[in-house]
Design a protein around this ligand. Structure first.
Ligand SMILES: N[C@@H](CCC(=O)N[C@@H](CS)C(=O)NCC(=O)O)C(=O)O
Length: 123
């Protein structure tokens, strides 16, 4: 039964991934110098995520629209990033944005919080 639920969830997630891909439109365009600065700033960010999680898809969509080259870390079972998320972030919940600034690391959970943070900083 658990396996069936997991299968249905992944199938639905796959459908949402495809719908997202088809409908996501265009990325924000910046002058090359501004985009270079963004690339520097986003080096301190990484997104811990599951491929088919609807909250992660929503967050990845915002990242795509803002044209941010943020590294994605797969946090599903068997991945070393899962332990990293649990041990350093505090729980297994995706999406989670790892923010490293001035030698300090912050783990930001909740898709809507992550999207607001990114919009405030990069929109
Ligand atoms: N309110 C959260 C919900 C996030 C959520 O429920 N994520 C699920 C995956 S879709 C999760 O991490 N579940 C824990 C697990 O699968 O171990 C958000 O908007 O980010």
């Amino acid at each position: 039964m658990k396996l069936l639920i997991k299968l249905i969830r992944n199938l639905l997630g796959g459908v949402i991934v495809i719908l997202d891909w088809v409908t996501r439109g265009t990325k924000l365009k910046r002058p090359p110098q501004a985009q270079k600065q963004i690339e520097e700033q986003t080096k301190e960010l990484s997104l811990y995520q599951f491929f088919a999680c609807p909250f992660c898809i929503k967050t990845r969509r915002a990242i795509y629209k803002l044209n941010l080259p943020i590294v994605k870390r797969n946090a599903s079972s068997g991945s070393p990033y899962r332990n990293e998320l649990l041990e350093q972030g505090g729980k297994i919940q995706t999406p989670c944005l790892r923010i490293e600034k001035d030698g300090k690391v912050e783990w930001l959970y909740e898709s809507s919080e992550i999207i607001s943070y990114l919009n405030q900083r990069f929109a």
